[in-house]
Design a protein around this ligand. Structure first.
Ligand code: MOS
Length: 705
């Protein structure tokens, strides 16, 4: 147990402190940082999916008026051996995926840089590439571990035996698509290299964590961390793709180092982001469920096939939620990877849980239908008393309450369970449900300083605000820990000149930075009392906050969706999404709601619209821009409601809060796919659910006329 803060500022819907600056356009993003005499860099991308460069002709580019430098593997600086292969740009003539950086042009203007990049001629010895993910490949391998340091496979009991003897079994394969993060603000850098300065490298980098960015950049260039400063007060989203720097940041630094005294700006284009900033791997999920006639699960298994790049492994933990979600004595989760000639996958909002709750939550819907049990009830019957994975008690788990409250608010009670029987004119109408989950984690290595300055309290920590609300909610936490109004507290974040902080990722930010702030604030009060002298200052580490390892900690939720499918055209509309979440104490209901409905909207996008279409013949995402990569827009969204239970969890941290940035996207796509099945009677097991996957199977009963 930890001593919970008395919530005063916590729980208030305070407006965003950075809101006015963003609305007025005075909040500067990385690329906009005013610097003296900047130059502009443009990346040249590989035109083959695998091969070796045989020749570079930069002469036309170099002759262009305003072109300053063309860097390729032939003349770029050497990076230390052992550099992360994604970041080891321009180090050899080998091409590992189409679109990989093979050159960098630096010029006086961005237009010139772009034109010059077009003029760089590169010839290749092209080799056969392989970019096709299939579950029947004979070269799938078992990674040593998964993202978030999880085990690759887990086995409890004997699923095969349960499948052979259980009264009811279900075996299905589900797939999720490849998705690109596509934050509104592209990945951008402004880099200043001044070899004579104490801190020779300054980066304004669009990042989810200035410290993690600093470590990666320093290591890549063989610099001491203290020789690098990273600044990032504002970020236009990241969704995981800015958790660590990508090749573009390294290239910006290379350009700045090649032209000392000339600050370099590098902004990726939207199209380049489809090659260089990560994506969510497509997944193939083979599910097995065994149950008794009352719907109690006897076995649950998920065998996942997914991809990584040949140069660098990223193993998505897709099976993770199956390990802990429901009570079943026999359980198995496995992960196998195909290493392909494709760009490097990475984190995308709720890696693991997001794709990993699609297969299981649709499979449960199929099981419910087969057993004639209401899908809400089926989930309630399988509620585990303790964490099935670890055997630990839950710090708090209110999934059943979320399901019941959601069902009540959504009007679930009157639901006719039969699929494909409700019509409203030309529209087939249905509803669906799915559960959500996301782990509550705290990262090590975060320190906050509290200082009293000219009558105000100032909290400093190198945290990041992706647009999520850290600028607003960290003062609320500090205020309650100090026992003062939130208006008396300022925070300073987004700069490595403030104390070390972990990344804004894995929904750990508030938990981690907030814990550090509470430790520092309590120590401040102990040391200086209620009338501190100007300049009084104390630091505190998140690691000093009470840590509970005796409980399993997760946030839970229940998502409900209504789907309408046009009987003739197969057009799909989702007029209603409703989520109820149990995510601990909510620090700020206004910014929290934005996270929940943002996640749910992104889940709607995942369910119906988004898909990166890999063309294996060329080893490239064919729809690599926002004209063809469809994202849910205003017209696709009608009603998205998020509600939170008043959950108290004394085990997670002094705020009693759980992470909320990711859980909103978890389960949404399953709820929508289940609603579409309820509307039409057609079960689509592959995301996104597009009308071509529905149309042929729709009942042929056009309305007259
Ligand atoms: Mo999030 S995908 O952990 O930034």
């Amino acid at each position: 147990m930890t001593e919970l803060l008395e919530p005063r500022a916590i729980g208030q819907s305070l407006i965003r402190r950075d809101g006015a600056r963003k609305v007025r356009g005075t909040a500067t993003y990385a690329y906009e940082t005013p610097v003296e005499d900047p130059v502009y860099a443009q990346i040249v991308q590989a035109a083959v999916a695998r091969g070796r460069i045989t020749g570079v002709d930069a002469s036309r580019a170099e002759r262009l008026d305003g072109a300053l430098a063309v860097l390729t593997f032939q003349n770029a600086e050497r990076l230390p051996p052992g550099t992360d292969p994604e970041l080891a740009v321009l180090q050899s003539g080998e091409v590992a995926f189409r679109g990989q950086p093979v050159g960098l042009v630096v010029a006086e203007t961005s237009e010139t840089a772009r034109q010059a990049a077009e003029l760089v001629r590169i010839t290749y010895d092209e080799q056969p590439h392989d970019a096709e993910l299939r579950a029947d490949r004979d070269d799938l391998y078992k990674p040593d571990g998964l993202n978030a340091a999880l085990e690759t496979d887990t086995v409890e009991g004997d699923v095969a035996a349960a499948m052979a003897s259980a009264p009811v079994t279900l075996e299905r394969t589900y797939t999720t698509a490849m998705y690109h993060n596509n934050p509104l603000e592209p990945h951008t850098t402004t880099a200043v290299w001044d070899p004579a300065a104490d801190v020779p490298l300054t980066l304004w980098e669009s990042t989810q964590g200035v410290y993690w960015a600093r470590s990666a950049v320093a290591a890549t260039f063989g610099l001491e961390e203290e020789q690098v400063r990273v600044i990032c007060p504002f970020v236009g989203g990241g969704f995981g793709s800015k958790g660590l720097p990508h090749a573009n940041a390294i290239l910006a630094v290379m350009a700045a180092r090649a032209l000392p005294g000339r600050p370099t700006k590098l902004a990726l284009t939207r199209q380049q982001m489809f090659f260089l900033t990560g994506y969510r791997t497509p997944t193939i999920q083979r599910m097995q469920l065994a149950a008794d006639r009352d719907g109690r699960l006897l076995a649950i298994a998920i065998d996942v096939t997914e991809q990584t790049s040949r140069i660098k492994e990223f193993a998505e933990q897709t099976g993770a939620p199956t390990r802990m979600m429901y009570a079943a004595p026999d359980r198995r989760t496995t992960h196998r990877l195909a290493a392909l000639d494709v760009p490097v996958p990475t984190w995308m909002r709720a890696p693991g849980e997001c794709p990993g709750m699609f297969g299981p939550e649709v499979a449960l819907d199929e099981l419910a239908e087969e057993l004639g049990i209401d899908p809400v009830e089926l989930r309630i019957r399988n509620e585990p008393e303790v964490d099935p994975e670890t055997g630990k008690p839950w710090s708090s788990r209110h999934l059943v309450e979320c399901l019941r409250e959601g069902a009540r608010r959504f009007g679930w009670r009157d639901r006719d369970p039969r699929p494909g029987v409700r019509r409203d004119g030309d529209w087939l109408v249905g509803t669906g449900v799915a559960s959500s989950v996301y782990p509550t984690r705290r990262l090590p290595e975060s320190t906050a300083t509290i200082r009293f300055e000219e009558g105000r309290y100032v909290a400093e920590i190198g945290a990041a605000d992706l647009g999520t609300g850290a600028w607003t909610i960290l003062p609320q936490i500090a205020a309650d820990a100090l026992g003062v109004p939130a208006g008396d507290v300022d925070v300073r974040i987004g700069d490595t000149q403030y104390p070390v902080a972990s990344v804004a990722g894995g929904s750990t930010g508030t938990n981690t930075w907030g814990s550090a702030i509470v430790v520092a604030a309590r120590a401040f009060r102990d040391k200086f009392g209620n009338s501190p002298a100007d300049g009084s200052e104390v630091s505190g580490d998140a690691a000093q906050a009470a840590k509970d390892d005796a409980h399993a900690s997760y946030a839970f939720g229940a998502q409900f969706a209504e789907a309408r499918v046009h009987a003739d055209t197969g057009e799909i509309r989702v007029p209603r999404l409703l989520g109820v979440f149990a995510a601990g104490r909510i620090i700020n209901p206004r910014t929290a709601r934005s996270q929940f409905i943002g996640g749910m909207t992104m889940g709607l996008s995942m369910a119906l619209h988004e898909t990166s279409v890999m063309d294996p013949r060329i080893g490239q995402v064919a729809n690599h821009d926002l004209a063809e990569y469809h994202i849910t827009a205003n017209a696709d969204v009608t009603s998205v409601e998020a509600h939170c239970l008043d959950e108290h969890d004394p085990f997670v941290n002094p705020m009693g809060s759980k992470g909320i940035g990711e859980i909103g996207i978890v389960g949404t796509s399953a709820a929508i796919a289940n609603a579409i099945h309820h509307a039409t009677g057609v079960r689509v097991r592959d995301l996104p659910v597009t009308l071509n996957r529905l149309l042929a199977a729709l009942p042929r009963q056009s309305s007259p006329g």
